[in-house]
Design a protein around this ligand. Structure first.
Ligand SMILES: [Zn+2]
Length: 106
């Protein structure tokens, strides 16, 4: 497995959400930001509003360095094994906005 994807899995293990996701932003071979999915609001407003996805959070953390970067997104199942992951529509649009070149999902 790619070392950055392995790192994304490590990051995912730190997520406090039920569905654990981790994202790593790599620019010119350097890790510039990492993030897990996380709670950002009041869950009573609805799950979707109250959570930010790992790839979204990582791109925000990377800021300008996210432009043209590679993003590795990993998901851990409840048993702690790598699980299949794919972007939601919202994250797809955010990734496009940052002109992310390559995105790798588990
Ligand atoms: Zn998403």
């Amino acid at each position: 497995m790619n070392k950055h994807l392995e790192y994304a899995l490590e990051v995912a293990s730190e997520s406090k959400c039920r569905h654990k996701h981790g994202a790593v932003v790599v620019s010119r071979g350097q890790v510039v930001a990492t993030a897990t999915n996380q709670r950002v609001g009041d869950p009573e407003e609805g799950w979707r509003k109250a959570h930010i996805h790992a790839e979204h959070a990582a791109l925000l953390a990377a800021g300008d360095r996210a432009y043209g970067a590679k993003v590795y997104v990993a998901r851990l199942s409840r048993t702690g094994a790598p699980a299949e992951s794919k972007p939601c529509r919202k994250c797809e649009r955010i990734l496009e906005k940052f002109k992310v070149v390559t995105v790798v999902w588990t």
